[in-house]
Structures are given as C-alpha cells and as structure tokens.
Design a protein around this ligand. Structure first.
Ligand SMILES: Cc1ncc(COP(=O)(O)O)c(C=O)c1O
Length: 412
C-alpha cells in the first residue's frame, strides 16, 4: 500500500494513493510504504517517563541523573558575560582551542597523561554526541560491538544506526563485574568495538586497573577499538579513576568520552569532549562535522575561563559526592533495603528483594505515587533483563532532599 504524505506550512495530511490534497502554499511530498522504523526497539526512555511522573505527582525526583543544586556562580556568570560580549557565532569545528588547551592541562593534572589539544581533543555537544560519532566513525555494516548490560541507553541505537550488531553481555549481580570467559567467547574477527563505562551508570561500580589491563591484552590480540565512557571520572569514592588514556595498549585504540555537564553540574549545557589518538580523532571529526558541527560557543568560553581560573576544582568532587552518598545511605539505615555502597557516579542501587518480588518497572511507578520518591528500574538497561530487584537512585541532590527521600523510603 502506497501512502502519499503532503506537508505544507502548519499542516500534514496522510492520504491514500492517487489523491493529493491541494495545498495553496509550497509543499513537498514523498511516496513511501508503511514507515518501517530503523529503531524498532526504541520508545520513550525510562528517564523521560519517570521524570514526568515525578513532576506530575510532586515526588522527589531521584530518577534522572542531574544535580538539583547550582553550578559554580563564576561559571554561570562567565556564560552570561560571553553571550553579552558577542561570542555567539560558530566555534571552530573541533572546539575552541583555549578550551581544548584547558582540557589538556586537566588531563595532565589528573591522569598524568599528555594529550595534544590540536589533534587529539574534540569538543562535542555532550558525551552522547561524542559516543554517537565514535560509533558511526568506526562501525561498518555487519561489524559486532560488545557492550555490557546494564548499559547506558544511547549505546545500542548508535550501533543499530551504523548497521552493526550489538552483543550485550550481562554484568552479573550483585558485583556487576565483567565475566572474562564470556567476554572471550563473544570475541570474533567481526568484533570492531568494545564499549565500556566506568564509573558505571547505573551500577556505581568502577573498572579495576587489572580489568583495563586485561581488556588491553584482548584488544591487542583481537584488534578491536574501545569506546570508553568516563563521564563520571571525577566521582570515584574509593581510590581514583583509571582512564583508558593511562593504559598502554588501550591509549592507542580508544576513544575516551567526558562530560563537562557532569563535572561542573551543568548537564543542561550538553557539552563534553572526546580524546583519541590523532588518526582516530580525524575519523570522529568527519562524523561530528555533519552531526552537530560544533558545540555552543559562549558555553565553551565560559568553561575555558572557569577551568583556567580554577584548575583544581574537580579534586573536591569525590569528597563532595561521597558525602551525598553517605547522607543518603546513613538515613536509609533501618529501612528494609539492602545495598553495596556506590564506588562512583551519581548513582546508588538499592536491593528491594526483602520487601517485595514485584517487577521493578511497576514498583518504581507505584512507589513514586505512594511514597513520593522517583527512582529508575534496572531492567530497561538490559537486552534480556534478569529478574531484578534493584532500583537506581540519583544522589546528586541536596542533603535535605536526600534525607527526606530516605525517610520516605524507610516507611516502606
Ligand atoms: C554513562 C553516561 N554516559 C553519557 C551520558 C551523557 O552525557 P552528556 O549529557 O554529556 O551527553 C550520561 C548522562 O546521564 C551517562 O550517564
């Protein structure tokens, strides 16, 4: 059955074959079969659903991963200043050089690694775009991409759109660590890319240095690339973050993705960066220039100002967020939940198996309405969900909100 779609200003009509409504303004049309979506598995994300429910019901929103407190005043003022000073036109495609230089200094300071701001750092409109461009740059039709469940929701659609095949390996609860035997079995000559995330959303786990070492050995043996999502790099509560940039064997074949949004509490600014060797960066930029082309100019200036003035800012974040995690967990003592304290990220998983065996997707909605605390279920992060009894809570919130949320959860 053929359908003709007519679009005119403010008006769209879908008609049967052969009929074309007269539109008295310029219109365009195209003929197609019943639209077959390229992303059949994608619907409204659970983050949108739960944040909307939190808003409707007035619940405390510990679902979506964003801070409920303000970014540093100097950073916000810098944005206003640059917008008013006329820094409002396109930035260079790879990002403002002064911001890339500030990033290079920060990587040297925090990770002890020298990266070239000209050829190895790209400023992108959010880590999500950087990850998308990295996947499009590398993955060819038929290639396989290994990722670990629970996985951040943007990974698989990016692979699908590139014509690749996502192979999703579970991180078994409650440790949520990579099963290396299973990983090795999944590797083949079709493996093009492995996607990792540390600190991990939603589990709050970190990849140990030995795990990265092991990955490097496999990467060399099987010749795959690595997409490393490190957006929570500064939020590690025990020990320190280890980046793929620091691991010989991974450094040469990895794209490392970071988010200014998470580090500087400006998730709504949607600005991040990707670091990769020059040849890989050149490929990433080929895609980036046709996806977004640039990130927002005054935001880049503001971030550069702030990073130049406060080079040590990120050092305090681990303590600050450990405090938030502990406020939440201390106030939950006496509840019927159980947990392993989050090692990193904005997130804490709580196990509710001692309370009920209801499915997590139903339970989180019911508890949002009945107890006024919104969370995120774990099963949407899986391809084949196991029987899960975990909910994810975001503790990037003020102490009073965390205490009140915990008080309500203690009443369950
Ligand atoms: C694991 C992970 N990666 C990437 C992102 C997206 O970062 P950005 O907002 O910079 O696109 C998020 C945001 O929640 C995340 O949790």
């Amino acid at each position: 059955m053929c359908v003709v779609t007519v679009s005119s200003v403010g008006q769209t009509k879908t008609l049967c074959k052969g009929y074309l409504a007269c539109a008295n303004v310029a219109f365009c049309f195209w003929i197609h079969g019943v639209l077959k979506t390229k992303l059949p598995k994608v619907g409204t994300t659970i983050f949108t659903t739960m944040s909307a429910l939190a808003q409707q019901t007035g619940a405390l929103n510990l679902s979506q991963g964003f801070p409920d407190f303000e970014a540093p005043q100097a950073l916000r003022e810098a944005l206003g200043r640059h917008a008013m000073a006329g820094n409002n036109q396109y930035a260079p495609m790879a990002g403002l050089l002064r911001l890339r230089e500030a990033v290079a200094s920060s990587v040297l300071l925090h990770r002890g690694v020298a990266v070239d701001p000209e050829t190895e750092i790209s400023i992108v409109p959010g880590a999500t775009e950087g990850i998308f461009c990295c996947v499009q740059a590398l993955v060819r039709p038929g290639d396989e991409v290994i990722m670990f469940d629970p996985a951040y929701d943007s990974y698989e659609p990016a692979v699908d759109l590139a014509g690749g095949r996502a192979i999703r390996l579970p991180l078994p609860a409650p440790e949520f660590q990579i099963d290396w035997d299973r990983f090795e079995q999944a590797l083949s000559n079709k493996t093009r890319l492995v996607m990792i995330n540390s600190p991990h959303n939603p589990c709050g786990t970190n990849l140990e240095p030995e795990a990265l070492q092991r990955l490097a050995e496999f990467a060399e043996r099987y010749d795959f690339y690595v997409c490393s999502d490190e957006v929570y790099e500064h939020l590690v509560f025990d020990g320190s973050h280890r980046s793929v940039l620091q691991v010989p064997g991974l450094r040469e074949r990895s794209f490392a993705h970071f988010s200014f949004g998470k580090t500087f509490s400006v998730t709504g600014w949607k600005t991040g960066y990707c670091i990769a060797p020059a040849d890989l960066t050149a490929e990433l930029r080929k895609v980036h220039q046709y996806v977004a082309f640039v990130a927002v100019t005054p935001v880049q200036h503001a971030l550069a100002d702030f990073m130049e003035a406060e080079p040590n800012y990120a050092f305090q974040l681990a303590d600050e967020y450990r405090h938030r995690r502990d406020v939440f967990l201390n106030a939950l003592k006496g509840s019927r939940f159980t947990w392993t304290p989050s090692q990193g990220s904005f997130f804490q998983l709580l196990d509710y198996s001692a309370i009920t065996d209801e499915p997590d997707t139903i339970l989180c909605q019911r508890w949002t309405k009945e107890y006024g605390v919104a969370s995120i279920p774990l099963t949407p992060f899986y391809e084949t969900p196991p029987k899960s009894s975990y909910l994810r809570f975001c503790f990037a919130k003020t102490d009073s909100v965390l205490q009140e949320a915990a008080k309500r959860l203690c009443a369950i």
